[in-house]
Design a binder for this molecule. Structure first.
Ligand code: DC
Length: 222
């Protein structure tokens, strides 16, 4: 069974998709981490992001593996090295769009992502999972929240890391990322016709997971 969870940055997809996968005993796949890992490699190699053939060649020689450790955390291996923390650095967050907008790179990613679905029941989260990667996914969720709420949640996370940033600045960053995700030509973020839309602005994490589980129950009883 394939469950697709799409939505904008900061809507809580990772936390929620992971919990949902745990409850169901499915494999959780974070496709954003895959785009991030490839961006890290391109950045480390000082690649020119306009050199599409060069980037494709690099991607084809890359191995990205997502593994769950004993504590349940997803570890991201790039060519055998643990890059789980490095891919979350702001420099990567701000650069991913340069790769994610390239049709040639997305094609490679999509084929890697489809491979996961061949072997396991999965909960896969990203931007184009229901629309492109698995258009026939049994269940598709689109998880949303207002930019302000997403920025507030992000601010709390950053405060824990003792990073201070103005809410207005975070809202601006989030809106810019939304714009890039929604307006790229290939695999843009959009709400699929058959996706279940969940606005998590006024919901906490367990409430969202419960909402999803209820939809799943209905699906299984059909
Ligand atoms: O979910 P995230 O913030 O970790 O995603 C990182 C970037 O990758 C983000 O800029 C959007 C992009 N992405 C994408 O284009 N398609 C996906 N399926 C997943 C992520």
């Amino acid at each position: 069974m394939i469950i697709a969870v799409d939505g904008p940055a900061g809507a809580g997809k990772s936390t929620i998709a992971k919990l949902l996968a745990e409850k169901l005993g499915f494999l959780y796949v974070d496709t954003g981490a895959m785009y991030r890992a490839l961006t890290l490699k391109a950045d480390n190699q000082n690649m020119d992001f306009s050199d599409i053939p060069g980037l494709v060649k690099m991607a084809e020689k890359t191995k990205i593996v997502l593994e769950k450790n004993k504590k349940g955390k997803t570890i991201v291996f790039l060519d055998g090295f643990d890059v789980s923390d490095a891919i979350r650095e702001p420099i990567i967050t701000n650069a991913v769009y340069k790769l994610a907008r390239l049709a040639e790179i997305r094609q490679i990613m999509v084929s890697w992502q489809r491979d996961y679905g061949k072997k396991h029941s999965i909960v896969m989260e990203g931007r184009d999972i229901g629309t492109v990667v698995f258009p026939k996914a049994e269940i598709k969720f689109y998880l949303d929240a207002t930019a302000e709420i997403r920025a507030k949640r992000r601010m709390i996370e950053l405060k824990e890391k003792e990073i201070d940033i103005l809410l207005e600045e975070l809202i601006k960053q989030i809106e810019e990322r939304d714009h890039k995700d929604k307006t790229r030509k290939c695999g843009p973020l959009k709400i699929d016709d058959d996706a279940i839309y969940i606005d998590s602005s006024a919901l906490d994490i367990p409430q969202v997971v419960d909402t999803m589980l209820n939809y799943l129950k209905d699906y299984n009883e059909k």
